[in-house]
Design a binder for this molecule. Sequence first.
Ligand code: ATR
Length: 269
Amino acid sequence: SDRYTVFGNPIEHSKSPMIHRHFAAQTNQALVYDKTLTPVDGFSQALAEFFNQGGRGCNITVPFKEQAWQLADQLSDAARKAGAVNTLTRLENGQLQGDNTDGVGLVQDLIANLRLNLAGKKILLLGAGGAVRGVIGPILAQSPASLLVANRTVEKANQLAKIFAEDGNITACGYPQLAGQQFDLVINGTAASLQGELPPLPDDLLANGAACYDMMYSTSDTAFQIWAKSHGAVIAADGLGMLIEQAAQAFYIWRNCRPVTGKLFLEMR
Ligand code: ATR
């Protein structure tokens, strides 16, 4: 049957094999999905081996997404500007198509699962690393009133605002400049959550009825979710839905078939 895998380092705790096997069983597709622990200096070789041996597609996770972007023969619009590829597909002609499904996954979780409407909303994105760069395009495609990217290192936020300037109303700032501003949706894309830390946020950051979303997820609330709940957020979600939806989008690209995600979300929760 058709072979897929996920490349990363570390890879042991990747949920992708479990998620894609669930989608395959649900849609009656015969496929094999493994995980491939890849030496940090051995990604291009591992990738070539996998596709030479008949692999049909793969996911790419830390720290290889930028290399995958370099190695793709073709890039989707979303992937080109994201500067990172998390999904590769072998086309009929043998070329590798690169996609980035993270942003679509986030937006799908916000709109379809959490029932949030992004159009006309004031959105704040915290962080300016690779994770944030991957989601800006799909967020701007929803026509928010404004998207502000705030980062500790302001220059990195400025660069992102420049790259995406033609795609919508996007500006950048440092955390001190958030004082006095309110937002309808605040998305945390910083790595701070991983260490149980938070960017310095003003107490009055959330507008009435505001929603908060942490792109990280964990078995218990993240530091950002705890902050959100104690500052009046109506919704304080973590990134489990995004993880599942980005996988569903990759599955759709590979199999031209859209899996249902709701039941899996409840099982993984
Ligand atoms: P990723 O690919 O996960 O986005 P990254 O490119 O290393 O990882 O980016 C990490 C992001 O988290 C950056 O925006 C970083 O801020 P800086 O650009 O100023 O370094 C942010 N970050 C990490 N730890 C943080 C902390 N304790 N407080 C605030 N921001 C933090």
